[in-house]
Design a protein around this ligand. Structure first.
Ligand code: FES
Length: 202
């Protein structure tokens, strides 16, 4: 049977050309999407890098800690146990700034927990001496290797600064300031948003 229609057009060839054009069109769209991302302006890239980070904390068991990244910095999220919370009071006399009077900190960090809720610590994981990454040591007492009085906390291996389980710096170490609490808020009981203060908090 001939492929010509009544107008003398080769139908088979026209169908082939149409399909080929469609396929090229689809690839073209995909290829065009890549340069769009790459070509984000510096201000758009900066905005993306500084964007708030949402974290699901529903699976974080008491005593567990996760690390996430926000604005290129590590952020520690620790779900403190009741024992950990109670240990915070015991170390107060050994701390340089137990009430976090440092004006750089959000108001909700100016208490012994340094957090919106007593159990959850959200803290930038950088030493305030020269910016090394402190390691967590949640052992209590001699087993920690940090002395009989140690109630758990963070130890900076670079020059030996010590911080409690709220990131408060001990006296007599190189670091002079408590670790930084970033702005954050609760979206609901299971999700926090790092980078955004609670409503009404500057
Ligand atoms: S950088 Fe942490 S003690 Fe120096």
């Amino acid at each position: 049977m001939s492929d010509m229609n009544e107008n003398g057009v080769d139908v088979k060839r026209r169908r082939f050309i149409t399909m080929t054009s469609s396929a090229v069109g689809a690839v073209g769209v995909a290829a065009a999407a890549v340069p769009f991302v790459v070509s984000m302006s510096p201000s758009e890239r900066a905005k993306a890098a500084g964007a708030p980070v949402e974290v699901d904390i529903s699976k974080l068991e008491p005593g567990q800690m996760v690390r996430v990244e926000w604005r290129g910095k590590p952020v520690f999220i620790l779900n403190r146990t009741k024992e950990m919370e109670q240990g915070l009071n015991k170390v107060t006399p050994e701390l340089k700034d137990p009430d976090s009077v440092d004006p750089q900190q959000p108001g909700y960090a100016q208490n012994e927990f340094r957090s919106l809720k007593p159990d959850l610590l959200v803290m930038v994981g950088l030493c305030t001496h020269l910016g090394c990454a402190p390691v967590d040591n949640f052992e209590v007492g001699a087993a920690s290797g940090l002395g009989d009085d140690w109630q758990g906390g963070f130890f900076c291996p670079c020059h030996g600064s010590k911080f409690d389980l709220a990131g408060r710096v001990y006296s007599g170490v190189p670091a002079q300031q408590n670790m930084v609490i970033p702005p954050y808020s609760y979206i609901d009981d299971n999700h926090i948003l790092i980078g955004v203060n609670p409503e009404g908090v500057a």
